[in-house]
Design a protein around this ligand. Sequence first.
Ligand code: C2O
Ligand code: CU
Ligand code: CU
Length: 561
Amino acid sequence: MRSRVAPASSQRRRVLRGIAGGAVAAFAPLTASAAACGAEATLVTPRRGGFLGRLRPSSGETVVLTAGAAGALPAGNTHGPLAYRARRDGALFLNPTIVVNRGDRLRARVVNALDAPTTVHWHGLTVDERNDGVLPLVAPGAPYDYVFEVRNRGGLYWFHPHPHGATAGQVHDGLFGLVDVEDDETIALRDALDVGPRRGETTLVLQDRRSAGRYVRSPVADVHGFFGDAMSVNGVGCATLDVDTRIHRLRIVNACNARTFLLGLRTFEGREVPFHVIGNDGGLLAAPVQATAAFLAAAERLDVLVDLRAAAVGDTLILETRTFDPMHAEVDMPDAPSDADAHASHGTQTPADPHAAHRAAAASVDPQAAHRDHAGPGGGAAAATWPEGSPRDLVTLRVRRQVRTDRTIPTTLSAPLASIATTDAHERPLRLGFKSGHWRINDRVFVMGETPIEVTRGSTEMWLLRNYHTSMPHAMHLHGFAFEVQERETSPAQVGALAVDARGRLATDLGRKDTVLVWPGESVRVAIRFDLAFEGPQTYMFHCHNLEHEDGGMMLGVRVA
Ligand code: C2O
Ligand code: CU
Ligand code: CU
């Protein structure tokens, strides 16, 4: 254990240098929008009800979630106009965190109080197709009962609408919630760290939004994805978090339509502070992995520990997203002649259209400029004010209390997950590309009812996700089955720089995943065991979680039988 320190300011500086471990990096000053942030809101886990409040249904209880107007929100709130509302014991929950034990039956009645059809998809949870939230559509005014056993490992999962073609707007406008699955290992971890939802553990839901209000579609956003100008963390714009001098756990969810973050921590003085990755989409890792930065794409979750034992009262840390190249190399694609046919026949990543390579090179010189050139209404205009890959402060952590702690970062977090055996795996290439106005998988655009991916129940497959150099990053997500990232190849330098093993994997690739970001030019291998706990054939979705790409048809049906 490190020694305790007096909160004298000169000493405080030294302590923070200690936390930073000597790593000094240059950081941009506060962005204009962050500086103009206005009313600060302190993030707290509400005791009863509230935004993201923890709702633990008793056995047999049905949680009634009404999808509709969020209602009056407190000042400083940047949450959208919509929310899932639930009432329990007189308390009102907005976008609740449903807390369940692994093995429990989750019962949720969704009441559609919108003026459009909706559904609820239980992102990351292993359910049958009846509960997967693709079909049936729930008509305005109608209820639908989702009932399923929670089979997944302990971890943070989430739920959101999934009505094909309208998902982006409903999620942007505020419809999402969380599912915290608890099991023996997650309970043991909380005990070991002496943390809990109101004690050294904070869930952070990150979402960028249109400050002007409701979602607006635009041709630019349809290609790039929607990028908001306003940031919302747990529904507020200027998020601060009061922390103690102990090990603090942050459970982060990227609920953006399209934006990837490059997350990191820095001191107020601008020194990089390392953190420990302890889990991701599919629950806890076997052991913590230290990191100084992590990409977090749409729909991904990241569980980290921040060691504040050597901090002093008055210290400030900032959770930020840093500068990176968003690699939107497809900026001119809507007008570009199609080259996907050539890819299909040769299976090569060389662009058939020589201009595409040229444009890609030009765009990579100044990707922000490419965004600005395309600024239009909605996503385009928003991209111009806060382009993807430009920095912003997300949460200010203020050390408020000195506490005694004898806890340390655990060396083991969970029983090691057996690596998925792939010797007999069927290899399935899946190419991500753009043609004739649509993002596609293997040159196909989604058609409801079609299942181009047919999988044998109980089999293991190795999916080879290949993204063209001329493309942009795609956050590929599979319903129903957690997968194991086996390898990243030909990664861009900014991605390769974060690799933690010889297979090019990142800290955010370890353990079990349901969403993986595939960068332009990259090949990512994922192993999937299609063990099916349900009778009869089941259809799931494989899609890009850039919601504009998904709504535009960058999705394929997967039939497991
Ligand atoms: Cu969270 Cu099919 O998506
Ligand atoms: Cu999903
Ligand atoms: Cu995509």
